[in-house]
Design a protein around this ligand. Structure first.
Ligand code: ZN
Length: 520
């Protein structure tokens, strides 16, 4: 009865991480997760930037990436464009946007850009801020551990991601951040969370993007070390005990670094809400919908319990009327939430068919070794899938929770949790935005989750997340209006990344290069 089936998918570290391994019948064991926080990056970033610049300035001169637009002018002007600044729900038609030295300097209807700047015709197109994806991983920690970060970053950038938060850290990702920051690699600006803090690691120790913290001392030491090593948040995933969780939170507070991640059944939501942890996946939210009289507390389809058939048996008893109280508690905690609903819905709630999966835009970019694992897991899940009625209700509750959180004013952030199952970086960010709209958010509110909301959370909203004078030129030129149909975020014509821009042909080239490396 109490067997533990570990199905190895990807090995990792996301909520998904958990997903990577299928825990079917867990008996007394409860996988767990914990919170996270981000912080005070400016000082670190400046120090890191100076350091990186010194190291890599020589490389820069030598390795001018072939796929970026070469710039002979002093800046650029996007002419006659419909600006969606994302400061409020509005479109300002017929604008000229001037960018100098990577910063937006002027916006207006009748600006003469002068002869020194390159001209980009924005006629009939829409300009929106570049996207943040607040929950991303690399394939490196999965499959055969090939470091294909460079190709993956191109894929992210080509899909309009101008900032990515990598949620299970590794020294190789700190290196990737450095290469991007000095322009050696094209890619989104990277925010790297620490290796994930876990209570246990029951899988092979073949890729060290985790740290086992089973005591307060270990928690303190880990937080201190990761802060020192330059990680920008502490990531908690699973099986962390409550007292160790408290030690992580306290150490992170002292170190001035935020905590982000899972909340597991050993910690439970009320404890996490008190700490201000930024919560991924709405972990333990569904647990709060169990009736007070239930004997199944700790057994809901939350966190890693999603793999347990017994947990799915609790779904018919979940009480939708408890959502408002849950939402109030989350609202009062003042936290940001990344639901990562597309991943959960497309993998567990409404699992895609083989045909649907193969048609997804990201499928060809999944390395073959990883694809093989994914199909084994998909096959296993499909053959053992929970009843359809439960899955439908699960989807409906997840959407309801996201919708009601939004209505109550809880700031939501787009997180794809890619690459997980068949959810691929870049492409899946658009799926997550569409999922928000399917849950009842307006297209504008959905766009906020990938622009101004994460910018505010990260404390960079003076520089990023909206379009206006003084902001960094992180922008996307779209062929179609995303406020009309959120799917139009897919119509990317040009990605602006500060001083550089990537036009349609360059985007196609980056994707082709990524497919060649990844699709082997
Ligand atoms: Zn993850």
């Amino acid at each position: 009865m109490q067997t533990v089936v570990l199905l190895r998918l990807s090995r990792y570290a996301s909520p998904g991480m958990a997903f990577v391994f299928t825990l079917l019948s867990l008996g007394q064991q409860k996988p767990q997760s914990v919170p996270g926080i981000y912080l005070n990056q400016k000082r670190i970033m400046l120090r890191r930037f100076l350091h990186n610049t010194c190291i890599l300035v020589l490389c820069l001169a030598a390795v001018s990436p072939v796929f970026t637009q070469s710039q002979t002018k002093e800046g650029y002007a996007i002419k006659n464009v419909n600006v969606i600044p994302m400061d409020q729900e509005r479109i300002i038609p017929g604008q000229t946007v001037i960018v100098e030295d990577g910063v937006i300097t002027k916006i207006g209807p009748n600006i003469n850009p002068g002869r020194k700047v390159a001209i980009i015709d924005g006629g009939g197109k829409w300009l929106i801020p570049g996207f943040f994806d607040m929950h991303v991983h690399f394939f490196y920690e999965q499959g055969e551990h090939n470091n294909t970060c460079e190709a993956e970053l191109k894929m992210m950038l080509a899909n309009g991601m101008t900032t990515a938060r990598i949620l299970a850290g590794h020294p190789a990702y700190l290196d990737a951040r450095r290469k991007v920051s000095v322009g050696v690699w094209p890619g989104p600006e990277l925010i790297i969370a620490s290796p994930q803090l876990v209570g246990k690691w029951p899988w092979p120790p073949d890729f060290k993007n985790y740290e086992i913290v089973d005591s307060k001392d270990k928690a303190e030491a880990a937080v201190h070390r990761f802060k020192r090593e330059g990680y920008e948040a502490i990531k908690i995933t699973f099986m962390v005990k409550a007292e160790v969780y408290d030690a992580i939170i306290e150490s992170a507070r002292k170190e001035g670094i935020r905590v982000t991640g899972h909340v597991g059944p050993l910690v439970k939501l009320p404890r996490a809400l008190k700490t201000g942890q930024q919560i991924e996946h709405m972990d333990e939210f569904i647990e709060m919908l169990l009736p007070d009289t239930s004997y199944n507390h700790g057994q809901s389809v939350s966190d890693m319990n999603i793999w347990r058939k017994e947990a799915w048996a609790t779904v018919p008893f979940l009480d939708e009327d408890k959502i408002p109280a849950l939402v109030t508690a989350v609202k009062n905690a003042g936290i940001y939430v990344s639901p990562t609903n597309y991943f959960f819905v497309s993998t567990f709630g409404e699992p895609m068919t083989e045909e649907q999966i193969k048609k997804t835009a990201g499928y060809r970019y999944i390395p073959s070794v990883i694809k093989k694992e994914r199909w084994q897991n998909w096959d296993h899940y499909i053959k053992n899938a929970p009843p359809e009625a439960s899955r439908r209700r699960y989807v409906q509750l997840r959407k309801q929770m996201a919708y009601q959180l939004w209505r109550a004013g809880v700031p939501l952030m787009a997180g794809s949790d890619s690459p997980e199952f068949f959810v691929v970086q870049g492409f899946s960010l658009h799926d997550e935005l569409e999922m928000f709209v399917r849950s009842g958010l307006t297209p504008f509110a959905s766009l906020q989750t990938a622009t101004i909301n994460p910018a505010k959370y990260l404390g960079v909203d003076k520089q990023k997340g909206t379009i206006g004078p003084g902001k960094q030129a992180l922008m996307l030129l779209l062929d179609k209006n995303p406020l009309e149909d959120i799917k139009n975020t897919n119509t990317i014509n040009t990605v602006f990344m500060g001083k550089k821009w990537y036009d349609k042909a360059t985007i196609e080239k980056m994707l082709a290069e990524a497919a060649q490396i990844l699709g082997k």
